[in-house]
Design a protein around this ligand. Sequence first.
Ligand code: COA
Length: 162
Amino acid sequence: MLIREATPADWPAIWPFLREIVAAGETYSWDRDTDEDRARALWFKPAPGRTFVAVDEDGTVLGTAESHPNQAGGGAHVANAGFMVDPRHSGRGVARALCAHVLDRARADGYRAMQFNAVVETNDRAVALWESLGFEILATVPEAFHHPHKGYVGLHIMHRGL
Ligand SMILES: CC(C)(COP(=O)(O)OP(=O)(O)OC[C@H]1O[C@@H](n2cnc3c(N)ncnc32)[C@H](O)[C@@H]1OP(=O)(O)O)[C@@H](O)C(=O)NCCC(=O)NCCS
């Protein structure tokens, strides 16, 4: 698996699984019917935002990540990041590799910490993965996310220094 910066040419490979994940409404607090132009703008943020893809030997896109300052001005030294892995390639370490890469890149870019603002508490796989990569749950905002099957559930704020 290779992790590299994404280019606009990667978008057609990203959009089908990103749309599937967003439409499911279980892990991201985006509108479930987010259209392609809006999704591309959210995923390819302007610099200093960065977007990455994980690809296999054939160049198939397995997953993607993006990172950007969590806040502007005095809060810009804390990074935020998002991750989506094609469900057809889940469970083989793609997100773990993407997150390790994003953490290294954020450190090299001079960020001092990384914060996730809205990790759905029922997203067991993601929560366990982020904890194993050094993130801790600072707080859980109660009933902040309306899960399509589980009802109102909490959103974790997760953080780690770099
Ligand atoms: C969450 C997501 C990014 C994980 O991607 P992935 O490539 O399948 O994850 P990985 O294979 O790198 O790692 C999954 C880890 O979770 C563990 N895991 C799998 N199922 C689990 C479960 N039900 N509960 C706890 N841990 C679980 C695996 O054992 C693995 O840990 P390991 O590396 O120690 O073996 C992916 O499922 C996804 O894109 N989900 C939808 C979007 C999303 O939730 N993004 C994150 C928002 S915070």
